[in-house]
Design a protein around this ligand. Sequence first.
Ligand SMILES: Cc1ncc(COP(=O)(O)O)c(C=O)c1O
Length: 380
Amino acid sequence: MKNAQSPAKARMSVPLADLKLQYRAMKDEIDRAIFEVIEDTAFILGKYAQEFEREFAAYCTTKHAIGVCSGTSALRVALLSSGIKAGDEVITTPYTFIATVEAITGMGAKPVFVDIQKDTYNMNPRHIEEKITERTKAIIPVHIYGQPCDMDPIVALGRKYSLTVIEDAAQAHGAYYNSRRVGSLGDCACFSFYPGKNLGAYGDAGGITTDSDNLAQEARLWRDHGRSSKYFHQREGFNFRLDGIQANILKAKLAYLEEWNRRRGENAARYNRLLADIDEVTTPFVAPQATHVYHLYVIKVSDRDALFDHLRAHGVGVGVHYPVPLHLQEAYTHLGLGEGAFPVAEECAQSVLSLPVFPELTQEQIEYVVQCIKDFYTKG
Ligand SMILES: Cc1ncc(COP(=O)(O)O)c(C=O)c1O
């Protein structure tokens, strides 16, 4: 490491995320959004859900947005609406949150993994075609950490083999790929509005975006007991509905999403500059065709676990996304994929570290985090 000498800093507390700061900054709007729904008793779907769906579809530049009760249910509804059935195969990444794969196995379909790219941590499009069989029905690329996957080759394979391409955009609200918005890149896309996401509700919530009238209609049936109108059910479905309070909060927060993403980008750029001279740290790579919205700012480091403990001991909230790739999780031993099956994902799991990057983070806090990292590599 070069240039290690810098003045000692007083101990600070830097959380991985701080949702209270965001609430305080827009308390009146949030409180009003909640009380509006209570006054109107529009608790489930209804007017506020429709308004948010309209605005979120416009934001994603899609014809439709369908609100549901979580990102996990969005994935489930997207698969059902695409006609995926038990026994079908769905290609995805082993380097994601478990929900992506739970949605596949939950309907009796089989997840088929492809390894990730070393630099972006996203699914490697070059490995997809060799995994396609006559049972393959869909591909779920996950825009991990907030950077879109390389979608053109993925969509081209989808077209070539008649596979539905379902974006898992749970971490990438507002990102662009070749100047096109995430959510509009595949046949449909699934979003999580879990509180800590770039656009987060005050509870569980999720959404699906699509340009397809048919897929949107199917999704509206599946999320609401297969209901075509009150007490008329075309089929059995689920209770995966978005509630009005969450929808109205999301609508209020959507107005700030661009600004919050811009600040996340600024924080990431500041980290990139300050960490550049630490040889033990690799800062995020952003592909030229992508904009990254930094749901997570993830660096690759040597001696990760010791650095993790060091930062925690110095008041820095750090995370590991993800310490075990899905094929090595106990939950998926039945897939029979042992160590060595996806070497890039396995190597990343050993070396990635997430630093605080939330929009309200201050320059001083970033400098403190970087100084703690420098101290670790110089002083041990
Ligand atoms: C990549 C990814 N997919 C799906 C989900 C599931 O979303 P939710 O927690 O809203 O069900 C998440 C949320 O953490 C996620 O990060």
